[in-house]
Design a binder for this molecule. Structure first.
Ligand SMILES: Cc1cc2nc3c(=O)[nH]c(=O)nc-3n(C[C@H](O)[C@H](O)[C@H](O)COP(=O)(O)OP(=O)(O)OC[C@H]3O[C@@H](n4cnc5c(N)ncnc54)[C@H](O)[C@@H]3O)c2cc1C
Length: 400
């Protein structure tokens, strides 16, 4: 087999699989591929970063259930079911902790119209069979005494948990290295096609190329630019900017014991407590393209809303304000599957839930490579939503 590089171009590989993008999706997939005995390269100038580094790490199939997104809710629930085993296996493989905490979530409303809005969502969640229990204000404060006496009540969602996304990325990087994944610290410029129009590799930004039997585009919000070179219609992935603020506290007296999601005069806000006493506060949702500036007004608004729910956060130390780009799609659901270009797959568009969906996405990609069906209901998140995509039980090198 040629190395996939045009004549005169230095080549790496061939690998069985090259994953373009080493955020949580690309790393989880690479690790699972390597465990399955597949030779795999991850191409990324800065693996372990992207939106995955910025995220809050909520694993929240219930509080992420939105009106009109029933198929996505089903996927989120299936994704959550992968987490316990995935976290245990990863911790053993990397010999590192990932901060997976089955802590549950409390949802609170600041004023009476926030409370009514929460009741509406609660009714919807319960109509889907999701586990969420209405609480009075004092019941909310019974669960989380640091909540403001001013809140008007809310709900308890026992099945929405969290992982420390940064610890997760560190563990994935280590597990990948231990499993023999090769890292190429370059940007991919374009997908290379062979004489028959199938994907054979990728050109990198140092003019070299990587050759592989299966290409997986997992470049988060920037996936569209890589796919645009292939031709045909491409899945639409756009960046939705989100600001996050991180505060540092003491592990001995954590302010909160579980995630708090709140509505503050109609604005959504969440506070995710880590076991080291730190607090992750999020998040804005902004359609501003790839504008990476951290804006004072957005940071101020987040902190202002958060302290109206939990006034005690004034005592914590400011650590970081950061923003990232959620990879969003027209229907808010991911694209995971084969494209119509032979040997080219995508795993992108995970929008608000890429951390939650990383384990099931990785399992789906390994199944695709092997020519097997992806875990249910991942099979619904490909072909029918874009003519460029065709998810199905087809092996990397053709029909099984
Ligand atoms: C503020 C905020 C809060 C969030 N909170 C949560 C949450 O609580 N729970 C949850 O489940 N999800 C959350 N998300 C969503 C989640 O972060 C994303 O869905 C997920 O990180 C997407 O992962 P990814 O690997 O597809 O993309 P990314 O993490 O963005 O990684 C993409 C990678 O591709 C690389 N790359 C880009 N272009 C190229 C190229 N040309 N060649 C090679 N590599 C390239 C980048 O360097 C990057 O490392 C949040 C997102 C944001 C922004």
């Amino acid at each position: 087999m040629s190395n996939g590089a045009p004549p005169g171009q230095a080549g790496r590989g061939p690998f069985d699989v090259a994953v373009l993008g080493g955020g949580v999706i690309g790393l989880a997939a690479a690790w699972r591929f390597a465990l399955a005995g597949v030779t795999v390269a991850v191409v990324d100038p800065s693996p372990g970063h992207g939106a995955s580094w910025v995220a809050a790490g909520m694993l929240a199939p219930v509080t992420e259930a939105h009106f009109g997104e029933e198929p996505l809710s089903e996927l989120l629930l299936a994704g959550a079911a992968h987490w316990e085993d995935f976290a245990a296996e990863l911790e053993a493989a990397a010999d590192m902790r990932v901060g997976y905490r089955r802590c549950g979530t409390v949802v609170v409303g600041l004023d009476s119209s926030d409370r009514r809005a929460i009741d509406d969502v609660l009714a919807y969640q319960r109509s889907l069979g999701l586990d969420a229990v209405r609480l009075s204000a004092s019941e909310c404060r019974g669960l989380e005494p640091a909540l403001s006496p001013g809140i008007r009540g809310g709900a308890h969602v026992p099945g929405d948990h969290q992982v420390d996304n940064r610890a997760l990325l560190a563990a994935l990087l280590e597990a990948c290295r231990r499993a023999g994944v090769e890292f190429l610290a370059r940007s991919a410029r374009r997908i290379l096609l062979d004489a028959r129009g199938g994907a054979s590799g990728a050109e990198l930004d140092d003019e070299s190329a990587v050759a592989a039997g299966m290409l997986v585009v997992a470049a988060g919000a920037r996936s569209g630019s890589l796919l645009g070179h292939v031709g045909g219609s491409v899945p639409q992935v756009r960046p939705v900017k989100g600001h996050i603020v991180r505060l540092r506290g003491g592990p001995r007296a954590p302010l909160l014991s579980r995630t708090v999601r709140g509505l503050v005069q109609g604005r959504a806000c969440y506070l995710v407590p880590r076991s080291d006493g730190s607090l992750v506060i999020g998040a804005t949702s902004e359609e501003r393209g790839f504008d990476g500036s951290v804006q004072v007004g957005q940071v101020f608004a987040l902190l202002d809303d958060a302290r109206r729910l939990v006034p005690g956060l004034d005592e914590l130390a400011f650590e970081e304000a950061i923003c990232g780009f959620r990879p969003a799609t027209p229907d808010n659901a991911p694209y995971v599957g084969w494209t119509t270009t032979e040997r080219l797959a995508v795993a992108t568009g995970h929008y608000r839930n890429g951390i939650l969906l990383a384990p099931i996405t990785a399992a789906a990609l390994v199944a695709l490579y092997a020519g097997a069906a992806p875990p249910s209901p991942m099979g619904h998140f490909g072909a029918e939503r874009g003519s460029h995509l065709a998810l199905g039980a087809r092996g990397a090198l053709g029909e099984p």
